[in-house]
Design a protein around this ligand. Structure first.
Ligand code: FAD
Length: 434
């Protein structure tokens, strides 16, 4: 069989069930990734900003190199993803398309459109717990995370094994070898201090990071105590960009944690990283359960929980880091200048946007979508719904006291001085805000 493999949120060879399934059935294969032509919101702003674009292109170059070492290559196409995939499959007379299953509205529709033209096999791999291994149907997902987690952990976590890198089929006979994928990479910000977090995309870099965080510095052993940090590389795992692009699978991380526990030590911290991966799963299952509903202004509720008065000046102040809170501003500058913000920062700027400035959560989520390297539609929307109190959690929502949080997590204002100074040195271009 000759097949086309469509890489989507899974830019890796290791532990990739759809890829493995295709490699077991096909003797010739074409590997494709499609960069969507339309990268714009209706207001004209770009959905994917420069940091994420850079990470994506680096990840694609790494994947192309890995496939070439195995006698094949990656074709990077531009266009409407489903049309480009079908056209390419027809051009090379492929009998079937294989891909990882996606769960958000637009991606699901795109997969369905491919299935109308050609046999299309998909496999689940986005979550740590395989949807078929849940002790309940996705439609019966518990409304509160802790209930979800307890049900999953009741009989011990039983996570499927990691799949090895499969034997890659040859390229179709007669298919010309193209040049290595070498795109124009958006420039990195220069002039930032050397300690600044700057991610590099690709499966190899993801593993380098994991090995550093686990066996290199053994920071995993202290994760629970350090995870609310604000400055530096090792207060948290920083796995999110590689997870969002699928350069690392949550299962691989899970099995590496178990390996670390048997090599070094098992403690609250090693468990806590698994706990956080379950949060990630939870938001993915919410997206599976609710489809396009997660994007509604009122989220999963009938009415908004908080009054919304999306004032353009407040909105601009929030986006550009010019609010009355130096703590919020510092986080917003970090996001714009690096493509990353800590979890503590995200919780605070989101609470401030919703509860203090009364902004529309969807506009704020789209600002995050533009800047975050680790943007993941399920985790981003799920967290915004949660902070806005319009997710599926029925409990009263929490408003953060941002000044208190700044006192507690940045008592010497080191973080705030650092990023507020850099925000002044590298101001946002005047017309950048949507
Ligand atoms: C408003 C808001 C928006 C967010 N948007 C995103 C997003 O687009 N993409 C994204 O990956 N995360 C998002 N998060 C969750 C979280 O902030 C990041 O996953 C985390 O900061 C990434 O850093 P880390 O990898 O060092 O995390 P660690 O603390 O090391 O955690 C390990 C992994 O667990 C998962 N995780 C941890 N916390 C959460 C959480 N609250 N929700 C979902 N998964 C979690 C992530 O995959 C993370 O990489 C958002 C949180 C908030 C409050």
């Amino acid at each position: 069989m000759r097949a086309l493999y469509w890489f989507r949120e899974d830019l890796r060879l290791l532990d990739n069930p759809a890829l493995t399934s295709m490699c077991m059935q096909a003797n010739e294969a074409v590997f494709v990734f499609v960069i969507p032509q339309s990268n714009q919101w209706s207001q004209g702003a770009e959905r994917m900003g420069p940091h994420r674009r850079r990470f994506m292109l680096e990840s694609l170059m790494n994947l192309d190199r890995a496939l070439r070492k195995k006698g094949n290559e990656l074709l990077v196409l531009h266009g409407n993803p489903d049309e480009a995939v079908v056209e390419c499959a027809k051009q090379w007379n492929c009998n079937a398309v294989f891909s990882q299953k996606c769960h958000t509205d637009e991606e699901v529709r795109s997969a369905e459109s491919v299935s109308k033209s050609i046999p299309h096999h998909t496999e689940e791999a986005a979550t740590l717990v395989h949807p078929q291994d849940l002790p309940f149907a996705v439609d019966d997902l518990p409304e509160i995370f802790s209930r979800f987690r307890k049900k999953i952990e009741k009989n011990g976590l039983d996570i499927r094994a990691e799949l090895p890198v499969p034997i890659i089929p040859a390229r179709p006979q007669g298919m010309p070898i193209t040049e290595h994928f070498a795109p124009d990479i958006p420039y990195r910000m220069t002039g930032l201090p050397e300690s600044t977090i700057l991610f590099e995309g690709g499966e190899d870099e993801g593993w380098k990071r994991l090995k550093h965080y686990f066996w290199g510095t053994q920071s995993l052993s202290e994760y629970k105590q350090t995870r609310n940090g604000l400055l530096g590389w090792d207060y948290s795992s920083k796995f999110s960009p590689w997870l969002a692009w699928g350069c690392l699978s949550p299962r691989s991380i899970y099995h590496a944690i178990r390996q670390y526990e048997s090599d070094k030590e098992a403690n609250d911290s090693t468990y806590w990283l698994i706990f956080e991966l379950l949060w990630r799963d939870y938001f993915r299952f919410i997206a599976m359960q609710n489809g396009a509903r997660i994007w509604h202004a009122t989220g999963l509720k009938e009415a908004p929980r908080n009054p919304v008065s999306h004032h353009p000046l407040q909105w601009k102040a929030w986006c550009t880091g010019n609010t009355r809170s130096p703590f919020v501003n510092a986080n917003m500058h970090e996001l714009r200048l690096t493509g990353f913000m800590s979890n503590r920062g995200r919780q605070n700027v989101a609470s401030y946007a919703i509860h203090d400035l009364r902004l529309d959560w969807r506009a704020c989520a789209s600002w995050f979508e533009h800047w975050l390297i680790d943007f993941d539609p399920c985790s981003n929307t799920g967290n915004w719904l949660y902070v806005a109190g319009v997710g599926n959690d029925p409990r009263p929502q929490r408003k953060f006291d941002v000044d208190w949080q700044a006192e507690r997590y940045d008592p010497e204002t080191v973080f705030q001085s650092h990023w507020n100074r850099l925000g002044e040195v590298f101001p946002i271009e005047p017309n950048y805000v949507p």
